[in-house]
Design a protein around this ligand. Sequence first.
Ligand SMILES: N[C@@H](CCC(=O)N[C@@H](CS)C(=O)NCC(=O)O)C(=O)O
Length: 212
Amino acid sequence: MTMPIVHGPAYSGHVRVVRICLAEKKVEAELREIDLLRGEARKPAHRKLHPFGKVPVFEHNGHVIYETVPIARYIDAVFSGPALQPSDPVAAARMNQILAVLETYIHPLMIGQVVMQYARRRYLGRPLNRGAIQKAMPQLRDGFAALERLMGDGAFVVGPSLTLADIFLGAFLDPFTRTPEGKRSLPKFAKIERWWEGFRNRPSMQATAIEI
Ligand SMILES: N[C@@H](CCC(=O)N[C@@H](CS)C(=O)NCC(=O)O)C(=O)O
């Protein structure tokens, strides 16, 4: 087997999901960085791998896969180590529901409207669009409340062990917890905060830690 390649910048939450999955399976991979903030993902060379100009792209044994959920499921299927998806259909449905909620409703607000403002200011010197942040926050708080209703009461998001729901939530939540909005809002969501305190120091999170 050849060493897998992850295309995308370390600071992308979706790229981090893939890297956490690999770290949980104890699989080494090459990270091929792409300058997303300066539009490199939309250039023809990257579009040959990902026709929609996004990251991550995963290459393994000559197979090229894009879209983070299928990549994560592929990693879970082909590499040994702890299963990242529950075998129980109800728990699996809950996990998949949480992945869809994160991707469809929470990520566009939390990362797209809040974290990206701070990243663009830091890396591109752009001013913060405070109006966009203020508009996003009430919807994001509703999203967190809905997420808490889907979460179980154990140490992990779904059931008694780690699943892809923990990995996606951890990768997306981490940069948000370092913004002023994240610091203010997280204490209002006791379940998410308790989970985060238990999850943030996991070795796979530490091994993939990012600055943003
Ligand atoms: N549905 C895609 C979404 C991936 C995604 O949104 N990636 C972001 C980085 S976290 C990206 O490539 N953004 C670049 C852009 O939109 O120009 C997936 O799950 O892989």
